[in-house]
Design a binder for this molecule. Structure first.
Ligand SMILES: Cc1ncc(COP(=O)(O)O)c(C=O)c1O
Length: 387
């Protein structure tokens, strides 16, 4: 083959389920010259990342750092370190990522009890309480905080209370929630948590911020069996991200620069301000949609601010509209997964993407495209409702 031209990506408005758009400071950070992964300047920056992650995660946990890998690596990190073959694990499944947790736990040899709800609905704390009564020796209860496949937010604080009463470890997927809505590790009694960089932290994908409570660390360091994964063994990673600084693997240097810059953006804006911005833009989108008869598919009262599942009107071809938004307006939105395939569009308002201008852009582009495809809506009414 001929040597291709230098790759020049199109300028997209990333309004799907992630990645989100990235601040210029983050893109600039990625382009900085490399240093070694044991360079004193890099080690200082690693400490700053850990400190900023503790602030964003609202925790004092010493073992708080970014795993090298995407959100899924964070998921594997939590399960492989805490689970030994035969352990009993309860997993909330109300969407794609709860299902993936089950798969990962089973691969670690866990005996899994699924607590299920229809996609778009939440897992009630009472359902977890009931499962905890039935399972003889539950070691871990795992729940997805923000189900990106459905747009529903789990009542993580309330479920935490029943998990604490039962004495199990509490494991949370915060891939889509962190940086867009409150995540409070210490207050909510979370023992193990993982996130991703490409959603509400507005950083490219490639790192998985994680945190283990002292209790989770104790479990991981007193195992009867070796952690199944060498790469994700927290006991080995603690040697690199902890005091000693011994070589474990070559950290993705530039990604850590990017995360450092992204966390600075989050903290300079302020967590409360950032959560408020996400909430307000979600509400503006919701009003605009409602003005033209479009509705969100997730359970009322538990709708995510950062991921909006718009129900596709009867007679409209989901894929035709989604492709037109990309081709004609450079707007990326997501399709439905699993039982919601063809039934919803997933519109992300995550991190830097969550602006009033983007809400209005999406509404006008969506209305125009629907009109061109025979579904008549009043774009002016949608925009007026966002004011
Ligand atoms: C809730 C949730 N968990 C886990 C993941 C997996 O993360 P990644 O794709 O970064 O590996 C995603 C990605 O969309 C997610 O939304």
């Amino acid at each position: 083959m001929d040597i291709p031209d230098t790759f020049t990506p199109p300028q997209r408005v990333l309004m799907g389920p992630g990645p989100s758009n990235v601040a210029p400071s983050v893109l600039k950070a990625i382009g900085q010259p490399l240093v070694g992964h044991l360079d004193p300047s890099f080690i200082k920056m690693m400490e700053e990342i850990k400190g900023m992650l503790r602030m964003v995660f609202q925790t004092k946990n010493e073992m708080t750092f970014p795993v090298s890998g995407t959100g899924s690596a964070g998921m594997e990190f939590c399960f492989v370190n805490l689970i030994e073959p035969g352990d009993e694990v309860i997993v909330g499944v109300n969407g794609a990522f709860g299902g993936r947790m089950v798969d990962v736990a089973e691969r670690c040899g866990a005996r899994v009890t699924k607590v299920e709800a229809p996609w778009g609905q939440i897992i009630e704390p009472g359902q977890i309480e009931e499962a905890l009564r039935k399972v003889s020796n539950p070691k871990v209860v795992a729940v997805v905080h923000a189900e990106t496949s459905t747009g529903a937010e789990s009542p993580v604080a309330e479920i935490g209370k029943v998990v604490k009463k039962a004495g199990a470890l509490y494991l949370i997927d915060a891939v889509t929630s962190l940086g867009g809505s409150p995540v409070k590790i210490d207050e909510w009694g979370i023992d193990a948590i993982y996130s991703g960089t490409q959603k509400c932290l507005s950083c490219p994908p490639g790192l998985a911020p994680v945190s283990f409570s002292p209790r989770a660390m104790k479990v991981a360091s007193h195992r009867k069996t070796k952690v199944q994964s060498w790469y994700l063994d927290v006991n080995l990673l603690a040697g690199y991200w902890g005091e000693e600084r011994v070589y474990h693997h070559t950290a993705p240097i530039s990604m850590n620069y990017a995360l450092h810059a992204a966390l600075k953006e989050v903290l300079e804006e302020g967590l409360e301000n950032r959560w408020r911005r996400h909430r307000q833009n979600h509400l503006a989108l919701r009003s605009g949609l409602s003005a033209v008869g479009l509705e969100l598919a997730a359970q009322e009262g538990y709708q995510l601010w950062q991921l909006n599942p718009i129900r596709v009107p009867t007679g409209v071809d989901e894929a035709v509209i989604r492709k037109a938004l990309l081709n004609n307006f450079n707007i990326e939105i997501g399709a439905g997964l699993g039982p919601l395939k063809g039934k919803i569009w997933r519109v992300g308002l995550m991190g830097a993407t969550s602006t009033r201008d983007n809400v209005r852009l999406l509404l006008s582009a969506l209305c125009q495209t629907l009109n061109e495809n025979g579904h008549k809506v009043d774009a002016a009414a949608a925009l007026a409702a966002t004011a």
